[in-house]
Design a binder for this molecule. Structure first.
Ligand code: GLA
Ligand code: GLA
Length: 680
C-alpha cells in the first residue's frame, strides 16, 4: 500500500473533535498518521504513572476510518517532572553553557538517568502497542542532533578514545599533541573542544565529532533493541533532516533502521529571500535515499507556511502537491504531511497544517485531497519502482566535519560546494545517487567526490579500484589533504590520490573576496568555451601523467594547470583544482556526461525537472514544473500520463507547478537499483 497521511496531535484538541478529524483525513485519501512523538507528558503524566487510554481512543477512531498508525517515541521532548530531577540531564553547549528547559531536545544523549527513563517509556509503549492491529511502525525520537559538551560526555569521550587507540602514546602521536605541549599523560586529562578552549587540536575535535555522532547512534540503538524485541512485526525508522544537517554521520544513524524517513520544508524562514531551489529538495531526497540505497518515507512533508517567530512565504497553489510528487520522484514510498491542523498555542503556532487554526479546511487541504484521490489511483503503480543512477556523488561526513573544524577559507562551504556541483548535474536531468566513501562503486559510470579532504586508506583503495576497472572519477580542490586523524598527510597532495589523478599540487592559494582567477580551456571539446571565473581556493597543479584540461589565466600562476584528466587503468580521473560557479560546473557536467554517454533524453525549459523511477519493465518519468508559469515540453514519442490516463505526444503544456507522470516501457537494465521499502 502506498502510505499517504499526516502528522496528527490529537492531544492538542478536544476529544469531540477527533471523529471529525478522522473523517476529513479519510476524505483526503489518508491511510496513515504519525502520533505521539511529543506526547510524553500525556503518556506518563508523572513519574511512573502511565496513561495510554487517550491514545487508544484516538487510534480506535482513526482505525475506524481505515487509517494506520506510526508511533513516535516521545524522547525528543521530556516533561518537566523528569528534567527537574537533575541538572546533568541537560545538554551543555559548545560554549560550556548548560541549556535550560523551555524548548525541546534539551537532553544529554549520554546521561544514564535519561537512558533509564527512555527505556521505561519506550518499553511501556512497545508492550502496549506491540500487537495493536492499527500500528505499523515506529519513529524513534525526533530529529536527532546537537552535540553535548557536558562532564558525562567528557568521561564517555575518554572511554571512547581508549577503545579507538591502543595506547595513549598512539593518540598523542596521531593527534600531534607535541604541538603546544598538549602531550597527555593520562586519558582523564583529555578535554572537550569547548569554544572556551579556543581553536582545538584538529585531531581531537574530529574525534569528538565522531564520538558525538556515535553517541546518538548508540542512544537510538537502545530504543531499537526494545522495539525489535517487543514489536517484531513493526518497522523502525527515524525522521532525519536531509543533506543539510551536518552534526551526525547519517550513514551510521541509518544503518540499523529499516528505512530512512525524513522531513522536508522547501519554504522556510531561511528560504524567504532566496526562494525555493528545486535542486536543494532533490539533493536532500537523494542523500536520504543514498544512506541505505533504499527508498524512503517523508515523515514530514510541508503542509503550509512554516514559522515559529516569523511566518514563511505561503506555498503557492500547487506547490505542496508538486513538492510531494518531487519527493516520490526521488524515491519516497510514503508521504506524511506536517501537520494536520495548525496549532493555536505553543512555539509552532505559525507552522501551518492542512487545516487552519479554527479547523477550516484550507485551500491547502483541498489541494492535498486532490492528490489523495490521485494517489489512490497511481500509488500502487509507483510502488515497487526504484531510482536508478549511473552517476553518484560521494558524501564524506568526515571531510565535512574536518571542514567544520578548519574551513580553509571563510567563503568555502563543503555543503554549498557539493550542492553547486549536484545542481549542474540535476539540471541535466541526471539521476544521482549519494554514496558513502566505502560504498560499492562498481555499477556507476561516473563518481564525483567533491573536496574529499580526508581520505582513509580504504577509501583511497576503493576509488583506485573503481578507476582501474574503468570508472570515471572527478575530485575537486583540497582533496586528500588529511588522514583519518585529521593530520596533514606526509606526501605531495592530493596524497593517496596523487597517482590516480596523475597530478601533484604544487601550491595552493586561498583567495580573499575581492580576488579571483579565470580558467581557459585547453582540450578540443571545450576550447570554444569562454573563460570562467574561479576563486576561493585554488590548487596549482603539476601533471605527472595527466593531461591539462584548463589553466589559470591570471596572477603569478597564469598558465599553470587548474583542471586535469588522467588515464589510470581502464578509467579516468579528473581533478578540478579551483572553486567555480554555475558556469564552470554546467560546462564540466555537460562535458563529462557526453564523455560517459549519459546525455539527457528530455529537453525541457528551465525549472522543469525530469526524474525517473524504474520498474522491471516500465519507466516512470516525473515531469515537475517548478515554475510559476505555464511551460511547454516536447515529447518525441507517445507516453501515458498516469495522473489522467491520457496519451501524450508532441508539444505538451504544463500548468504552473503541475506534474506529469509519464509511463514508458524498456528501462535501462544496467544501472544499480536501490531497494524498495517493502523489501526491508
Ligand atoms: C604568533 C605566535 C606563533 C604562531 C604564529 C602564527 O606569532 O607567536 O607561535 O602561533 O603567531 O599563528
Ligand atoms: C521539524 C520537527 C517537527 C516540527 C517541524 C516544524 O521537522 O520534526 O516537530 O517542529 O520541524 O518546525
Amino acid at each position: 500500500m502506498f502510505y499517504f497521511g499526516v502528522d496528527y496531535y490529537p492531544e492538542h484538541w478536544p476529544e469531540e473533535r477527533w471523529p471529525i478529524d478522522a473523517r476529513l483525513m479519510a476524505e483526503a485519501g489518508f491511510n496513515v498518521v504519525r502520533l505521539a512523538e511529543f506526547a510524553w507528558s500525556n503518556m506518563e503524566p508523572s513519574d511512573g504513572q502511565f496513561d495510554f487510554d487517550w491514545l487508544d481512543r484516538a487510534i480506535d477512531i482513526l482505525q475506524s476510518q481505515g487509517i494506520r498508525v506510526v508511533l513516535g517515541t516521545p524522547t525528543a521532548s521530556p516533561p518537566p517532572w523528569l528534567m527537574s530531577k537533575s541538572p546533568q540531564l541537560f545538554r551543555v553547549r559548545e560554549d560550556g553553557i548548560r541549556v535550560t528547559f523551555g524548548n525541546r531536545r534539551e537532553y544529554c544523549p549520554n546521561n544514564s538517568l535519561y537512558h533509564e527513563y527512555t527505556q521505561r517509556i519506550v518499553t511501556k509503549m512497545a508492550e502496549h502497542y506491540g500487537n495493536h492491529p492499527a500500528v505499523i511502525g515506529w519513529q524513534i525520537d525526533n530529529e536527532f542532533g546537537d552535540r553535548c559538551y557536558c562532564s558525562t560526555c567528557a568521561e564517555k569521550f575518554q572511554t571512547w578514545l581508549r577503545s579507538r587507540y591502543e595506547a595513549l602514546d598512539e593518540l598523542n602521536h596521531k593527534w600531534g599533541t607535541v604541538f603546544w605541549s598538549h602531550v597527555y599523560n593520562d586519558w582523564s586529562e583529555i578535554p572537550l573542544p569547548l569554544t572556551t578552549g579556543g581553536s582545538p587540536n584538529p585531531g581531537l575535535a574530529l574525534d569528538f565529532y565522531r564520538f558525538c555522532s556515535d553517541s546518538y547512534v548508540a542512544y537510538q540503538q537502545t530504543q531499537i533493541d526494545i522495539l525489535r524485541t517487543k514489536c517484531s512485526n513493526h518497522f523502525i525508522t527515524h525522521n532525519l533532516m536531509g543533506f543539510k544537517y551536518d552534526r551526525l554521520n547519517y550513514f551510521d544513524l541509518a544503518r540499523n533502521l529499516d528505512f530512512v524517513a525524513w522531513d522536508i520544508y522547501p519554504r522556510m524562514q531561511w528560504t524567504m529571500e532566496t526562494g525555493v531551489d528545486p535542486s536543494s529538495n532533490a539533493l536532500n531526497h537523494d542523500t536520504m535515499r543514498g544512506l541505505k540505497s533504499k527508498n524512503i518515507w517523508v515523515m514530514e512533508q510541508q503542509a503550509g507556511p512554516g514559522g515559529w517567530e516569523i511566518i514563511s512565504v505561503n506555498p503557492r497553489p500547487g506547490e505542496l502537491r508538486l513538492w510531494a510528487y518531487q519527493s516520490i520522484a526521488h524515491g519516497a514510498d510514503a508521504i506524511v504531511f506536517f501537520r494536520w491542523r495548525t496549532a493555536r498555542f505553543g512555539t509552532e503556532q505559525y507552522w501551518h497544517g492542512l487545516l487552519d487554526h479554527d479547523a477550516s479546511p484550507s485551500r491547502r487541504y483541498e489541494e492535498i485531497k486532490r492528490m489523495g484521490a490521485e494517489i489512490k489511483e497511481v500509488g500502487d503503480q509507483i510502488l515497487g519502482s526504484q531510482v536508478r543512477s549511473s552517476v553518484a556523488m560521494m558524501l564524506s561526513y568526515e571531510s565535512r566535519f574536518a571542514f567544520q573544524i578548519q574551513p580553509n577559507n571563510p567563503r568555502f562551504s563543503y555543503p554549498e560546494h557539493f550542492h553547486q556541483i549536484y545542481r549542474a548535474f540535476h539540471q541535466q536531468h541526471v539521476s544521482i545517487d549519494i554514496v558513502a566513501p566505502n560504498a560499492d562503486l562498481s555499477a556507476y559510470k561516473l563518481i564525483i567526490a567533491p573536496a574529499l579532504h580526508l581520505i582513509s586508506d580504504a577509501t583511497a583503495e576503493n576509488l583506485k579500484r573503481y578507476v582501474q576497472a574503468g570508472g570515471m572519477l572527478v575530485v575537486t580542490q583540497r582533496t586528500g589533504v588529511k588522514d583519518e586523524s585529521n593530520t596533514v598527510v606526509n606526501q605531495r597532495l592530493p596524497g593517496l590520490l596523487a597517482e590516480v589523478c596523475g597530478v601533484e599540487v604544487e601550491e595552493y592559494d586561498s583567495l580573499s573576496s575581492h580576488m579571483q582567477n579565470n580558467l581557459e580551456f585547453m582540450i578540443p571539446e571545450l576550447t570554444d568555451s569562454a573563460c570562467v571565473p574561479v576563486g576561493v581556493l585554488c590548487d596549482i597543479l603539476k601533471p605527472t601523467t595527466a593531461t591539462v584540461v584548463a589553466r589559470y589565466t591570471q596572477d603569478y600562476y597564469a598558465g599553470k594547470p587548474a583542471i586535469t584528466t588522467n588515464h589510470f587503468g581502464m578509467g579516468r580521473a579528473i581533478y578540478i583544482g579551483a572553486v567555480g560557479n554555475a558556469q564552470l560546473y554546467d560546462l564540466v557536467a555537460k562535458w563529462l556526461l557526453d564523455g560517459a554517454g549519459l546525455q539527457d533524453t528530455f529537453s525541457t525549459p528551465s525549472g522543469v525537472e525530469v526524474t525517473k523511477r524504474t520498474h522491471k519493465n516500465k519507466m516512470l518519468h516525473f515531469i515537475l514544473n517548478h515554475n510559476d508559469a505555464l511551460q511547454t515540453i516536447h515529447l518525441e514519442t507517445s507516453y501515458m500520463n498516469l495522473l489522467d490516463g491520457k496519451q501524450l505526444q508532441g508539444d505538451v503544456q504544463l500548468d504552473p507547478f503541475d506534474v506529469l507522470i509519464l509511463a514508458s516501457s524498456s528501462p535501462d537494465q544496467k544501472t544499480p537499483l536501490s531497494q524498495d521499502v517493502s523489501n526491508s
